[in-house]
Ligand binder design. Structure first.
Ligand SMILES: NC(=O)C1=CN([C@@H]2O[C@H](COP(=O)(O)OP(=O)(O)OC[C@H]3O[C@@H](n4cnc5c(N)ncnc54)[C@H](O)[C@@H]3O)[C@@H](O)[C@H]2O)[C@@H](O)CC1
Ligand SMILES: Nc1ncnc2c1ncn2[C@@H]1O[C@H](COP(=O)(O)OP(=O)(O)O)[C@@H](O)[C@H]1O
Ligand SMILES: [K+]
Length: 535
């Protein structure tokens, strides 16, 4: 059972949680369901008018209350003088309860689904499936979703009611076809699936509207285990004290680098130093040490490791690294530019077994665990060995021994599975990034910083995670804060250099600026806070 998410996670309900919320509002508070539906439909109608101020409106209604919302929109827009055409994916007699009331108030006519109904539409309303959908769209609903997608391809804007039909409101999975919405109007709260790819890419502009469900429901229902990462995560990080020393600021030891791959560990060191590490050591194969020393931030140390025949780190280097870790406590970051092969597999297993402190495994380090995520369990069983792994989708697929497509299609389930099997905090990178704790909690970073889609930004992120772990930040918080700072840094760097011109080094520098600005505004907020009694 997952424990409660921390305060810096804005809880995101799943579909069942949202249905429970509706049921509570109707059953306990006593708000008639049709009243909620009227409000939902009115707010949806506003969005339709914004997207298309004039012209015919085609409304496609399904079997449940999502369809009911559609009938409310149809009635209101017709009253406002718009030409409205309603088509339904089910025979009229299938409608029940509030949806039937809404259909009766509309009065009709509602024709059976036909793609031709969309032909002259200025805008389409997708009211086919909502939070009550299960599995891939079937039958006429599937046909209608495909028809809306084809119309969207021809340039007709689509406003989705609550969730784009075909997107799983909880997981963001798209099992078959899904509506590509121009805008989605969602009621009371956005479910987790609206933030996770591939569903997230169907949402368009997201508007969350209040339909009159009292906010106190948040305190009454079980807290969801999934949440949206908020800026408050940075408040959870320690700050350097005025009497701090470089040792107290944390030491990050990076094992990586190989011939032809000397930049990656240097970027990790930059990320670590800009995120507040007191010092960083770059442990790299002897043959590239001088190159790395020349490219690394001048503030860092280097440590030459025994090299294998291919010039990359040898398995025997584990002894050298562990010896250094015995004399100088550090968070170990393994993987950036490490290169792959049996020597690295043995190296990694020796480091996993021998290192008693915090560990980040990234990039090629993860390749050494391919198909064997349980290899981390022996160390993660001990709370004194916080472990964070930072795979992108390809690395995740190799780690779990599944197809790349499966990772992309089931991001939420995959990251949870990886966290459970490894016992580590898992950061599944991508546009949206998911951070999972072994107890089932998931933090979602919504992405939207394409400047980050460039070589080396992942190396920077590993360094930021390492720096925060080196300050003894609890691993779920450290990984989440690192992802938040990194995303903001990506946006910040793109402001300066443009999305196309941003490089990973810019992102490392921007991590410092983002943190500075956050801490400044937090300090201002503190200054402004009213004095407490006696204080
Ligand atoms: N009274 C309420 O509870 C409120 C509900 N609201 C709306 O109601 C929606 C939820 O209503 P429902 O619970 O009726 O659920 P849906 O409107 O999502 O409809 C579910 C029905 O669709 C069919 N269906 C399910 N999965 C399918 C699939 N894969 N392929 C084809 N058909 C499928 C089934 O007949 C199922 O009963 C919300 O998304 C929201 O739009 C809002 O009006 C606010 C108030
Ligand atoms: N659209 C995107 N595609 C890929 N990565 C993205 C995207 N947007 C942001 N990112 C972020 O950029 C980083 C890329 O890391 P990674 O794939 O490991 O690259 P590298 O190995 O070159 O450093 C991750 O933190 C990821 O979340
Ligand atoms: K819908």
């Amino acid at each position: 059972m997952a424990s409660s998410p921390p305060a810096w996670l804005d809880p995101l309900p799943d579909a069942a949680g949202l249905r429970a919320t509706d049921a509570w509002a109707i059953g306990t508070v006593g708000i008639p369901g049709i009243a909620l539906m009227e409000t939902a439909g009115a707010l949806l109608a506003d969005a339709v008018v914004e997207v298309a101020p004039q012209g015919p409106v085609a409304i496609v209604c399904g079997a449940g209350n999502n369809g009911g919302d559609g009938y409310v929109v149809a009635r209101l827009l017709r009253q406002a003088g718009r030409r409205v055409r309603v088509v339904s994916t089910v025979p009229d007699e299938r409608l029940k309860g509030d949806a039937a009331l809404a259909r009766d108030a509309f009065g009709g006519p509602a024709d059976p689904w036909s793609a031709a109904a969309l032909d002259d539409a200025a805008v389409i309303v997708d009211a086919i499936l909502g939070t009550g959908a299960s599995g891939a769209p079937r039958g006429v609903a599937a046909e209608a979703i495909a028809g809306i997608a084809a119309a969207a391809d021809r340039g007709i804007p689509v406003v989705a009611c609550d969730v784009p039909s075909g997107v799983d409101a909880t997981t963001g999975e798209v099992a078959g076809v899904a509506v590509p919405a121009t805008a989605t109007v969602t009621f009371h709260a956005a479910t987790s699936g609206l933030w996770i790819a591939p569903g997230k890419d169907h949402v368009g502009r997201l508007r969350i509207v209040d339909i009159g469900i009292p906010r106190r429901v948040r305190d009454l229902l079980p807290v969801p285990s999934t949440g949206l990462l908020s800026a408050a995560v940075v408040d959870a990080l320690p700050r350097r004290r005025t009497d701090g020393t470089k040792f107290r600021s944390g030491h990050v030891l990076i094992v990586g680098g190989a011939p032809g791959m000397t930049g990656a560990p240097c970027l990790t060191a930059r990320g670590a130093m800009r995120a507040g590490a007191g010092y960083a050591t770059l442990a790299v194969p002897a043959g590239v040490e001088s190159t790395v020393a020349a490219r690394a931030p001048v503030e860092t140390l280097t440590l030459a490791l025994p090299a294998a025949d291919d010039g990359a780190v040898a398995a025997t280097a584990a002894d050298v690294v562990l010896e250094r870790l015995r004399t100088r406590r550090a968070t170990l970051v393994v993987g950036p530019g490490l290169s792959r092969g049996p020597e690295r597999d043995r190296l990694l297993r020796a480091l996993i077994a021998g290192h008693d402190g915090a560990l980040v495994v990234d990039a090629d380090g993860l390749a050494a665990l391919a198909g064997d995520p349980e290899a981390l369990r022996a160390r993660t069983a001990s709370a004194t060995r916080p472990t964070v792994i930072t795979p992108h989708a390809g690395e995740m697929a190799r780690l779990l021994g599944v197809e790349l497509e499966a990772v992309g299609e089931h991001r939420l389930a995959t990251v949870r599975d990886a966290a459970r099997r490894t016992g580590a905090v898992v950061v599944l990178k991508g546009d949206d990034t998911l951070i999972a704790a072994p107890d089932g909690r998931v933090a979602i970073s919504p992405g939207g910083a394409p400047g980050l889609a460039t070589a080396g930004t992942g190396d920077v992120l590993a360094g930021v995670v390492g720096a925060l772990l080196a300050r003894d930040v609890e691993p779920f918080t450290a990984a989440s804060a690192a992802v938040w700072l990194h995303l903001r840094a990506g946006l910040r760097a793109a402001e300066q250099h443009g999305v196309e011109g941003t490089v990973a080094g810019d992102v490392a520098e921007a991590v410092a600026i983002v943190r500075r600005d956050h801490d400044r505004s937090a300090a201002v907020a503190l200054d402004r806070a009213p004095a407490r009694d006696g204080g």
